[in-house]
Design a protein around this ligand. Structure first.
Ligand SMILES: C[S@@+](CC[C@H](N)C(=O)[O-])C[C@H]1O[C@@H](n2cnc3c(N)ncnc32)[C@H](O)[C@@H]1O
Length: 284
């Protein structure tokens, strides 16, 4: 009995550590076991290991810093390709007149504007953690005379300030990888969608061929932070953006997470060979 007890503790500690993304040496396991509860509450912020309760503040700082340059930088970094990905999202989503959209981590409103253009008479709520991103979006809405169909709400994807079953469509585009606890955001998406409602996620993903992934990493880790420095005078925020992409689960793992939140008919499509991917699920 005595001999079995430490090895059981070691095993459960390992399990918990690997879920949190840590690798502990065998020598450290005794010490780590004492802080098991603490390590469960840790997460990543790009390549950095941070406390869970710190992450939203750090993410908020990044997007506050980049807000005024966000749209320009998106075009420059992706050579305009993000526009094609967003159109591909709309093609698959096929917005219908009269639908009510919740666009979470909606930032400056790219997804909502596209949705409203395709579905006359629809309404959209753009929710985001960062007020300055929404401010940029509101300016764009006024310029394109779409303000009447839009609401802008500051909030967290993990605790949505909306009633159950209140939206037809939930979108999140390049937002979910920044969320501290992704399963909580997916559960919230499920809760606020009406039965028959649809979730669609656009996010950076993994290239299926190692050589291509290495080439893409070379580009993103070397070029994007430098562009951030040059155009937005902010290397660190763009360093975080590329690091956070590497931390996000691959297409199949993310599909499993969506299913685990309760969604049915979960499917994904690669965009640009897997640099990004679309995931779709239904609240059945
Ligand atoms: C890369 S931008 C994407 C903006 C827009 N959806 C697009 O596709 O261009 C990521 C956005 O996610 C927001 N965000 C990050 N974590 C969030 C959270 N937990 N809840 C809501 N928004 C969040 C950020 O403030 C930022 O505006």
């Amino acid at each position: 009995m005595r001999a079995a007890s430490p090895s059981l503790r070691v095993h459960s500690t390992r399990l918990c550590l690997s879920r949190a993304g840590y690798i502990g040496s065998v020598e450290n396991l005794g010490r780590i076991a004492m802080t098991e509860n603490e390590t469960e509450k840790r997460t990543h912020f790009g390549a950095r290991d941070v406390r869970e309760d710190e992450k939203a503040g750090l993410v908020h700082d990044v997007f506050t810093n980049v807000a005024s340059k966000y749209d320009v930088m998106n075009d420059v970094m992706s050579v305009g390709v993000h526009r094609l990905w967003k159109e591909a999202m709309m093609d698959w989503l096929a917005p219908r007149s009269g639908q009510r959209l919740l666009d979470v981590a909606g930032g400056t409103g790219d997804i909502s504007f596209r949705f409203l253009k395709r579905a006359k008479g629809s309404q959209a709520v753009v929710l985001d953690l960062t007020e300055s991103m929404l401010t940029e979006g509101r300016k764009r809405a006024e310029a394109s005379e779409m303000s009447a169909q839009l609401n802008w709400v500051t909030g967290d994807a993990m605790a949505l300030p909306f009633a159950d079953n209140s939206f037809d469509v939930y979108t999140i585009s390049f937002g979910i990888r920044n969320v501290t606890r992704i399963p909580d955001a997916l559960s919230e998406a499920y809760r606020v969608l009406r039965p028959g409602g649809r979730l669609m996620v656009l996010e950076f993903s993994q290239l299926p061929v190692d050589g291509l992934q290495r080439l893409y990493d070379l580009y993103s880790f070397n070029v994007i932070p430098r562009m951030g420095q040059l155009i937005a005078r902010d290397r660190d925020s763009y360093q975080y953006l590329v690091e956070s992409i590497r931390k996000f689960p691959d297409q199949a793992k993310f599909a499993d997470m969506i299913e685990a939140a309760g969604f049915g008919q979960v499917k994904f499509r690669n965009l640009s060979m897997g640099i990004a991917a679309l995931h779709s699920g239904w609240k059945i």
